[in-house]
Design a binder for this molecule. Structure first.
Ligand code: ZN
Length: 235
């Protein structure tokens, strides 16, 4: 069969792009190149989540990504692998004290969760706050990241993402001017707080494998569950 003109043209374009790449005439921006490391300050692209997924298998690459944070924005300590509760060993974890925002309490996070939070904070949470309120989020109230348990309200005995410190439950935000946005109180409605929370939920879906909130079920009426596993489950 004779190749169509369109097929030939496409082949020509592919060859030309290959030559351009090979000669360094055209470089893929770092954030679009799956073979380049993940940098926290780079814009999010569809490749970001893929890079993030690979960090779960690569402790050194993950810690190197945390090192790319703007100086002074991220305060964390890498932890030795340990088993705080029988049955729930923790590997490749860090203690996060500050990550662009203050927290009500420091928390243990898998290294990829710490990376994901920081990406989310930089590229989705703060832009939403600036757009809606004209000021950034100063601190975040969470319900914790580690809990050695199975998924609630499920008959299957699957381990929760919290059992490996791969999820953070976020309950409220305090803006720079002191105003508090609380999921339980502010999710419903169409005022600025509700608008902000919906943007936060949608933005989290661009980074986390699992984002669950009040729309998902009653167990999440008062917090967003931001978890690493899953393929962009977003409810
Ligand atoms: Zn959760």
């Amino acid at each position: 069969m004779k190749p169509s003109l369109a097929t030939l043209a496409l082949g020509g374009v592919v060859i030309a792009l290959g030559i351009a790449l090979d000669k360094g005439l055209w470089t893929i921006p770092r954030e679009w190149n799956p073979f380049q490391p993940l940098y926290l300050e780079d814009p999010l692209t569809p490749v970001t989540q893929w890079k993030l997924g690979r960090l779960a298998e690569d402790r050194q690459a993950c810690l190197a990504t945390l090192e790319t944070a703007r100086p002074g924005t991220l305060a964390y300590t890498p932890l030795e692998d340990h088993t705080p509760v029988a049955g729930c060993p923790l590997d490749n974890v860090v203690r996060v004290r500050r990550a662009g925002v203050d927290f009500n309490a420091s928390f243990v996070a898998s290294c990829p969760l710490a990376v994901a939070w920081t990406l989310f904070e930089r590229h989705r949470l703060q832009p939403a706050a600036r757009d809606v309120f004209g000021e950034p989020v100063a601190s975040v109230r969470h319900f914790g990241s580690f809990a050695c348990r199975n998924i609630y309200h499920r008959d299957n005995a699957r381990r929760s993402q919290h059992a490996t410190a791969e999820a953070l439950d976020v309950a409220a935000f305090r803006l720079a001017d002191g105003r508090r946005i609380v999921l339980l109180d502010d999710w419903e409605g169409d005022d600025s707080a509700a608008t902000f929370l919906r943007r936060v939920r949608d933005g989290a879906c661009d980074v986390f494998g699992t984002t669950l909130g009040p729309d998902y079920n009653a167990a999440h009426a008062n917090h967003f569950h931001l978890g690493m596993q899953g393929m962009s489950l977003c409810r």
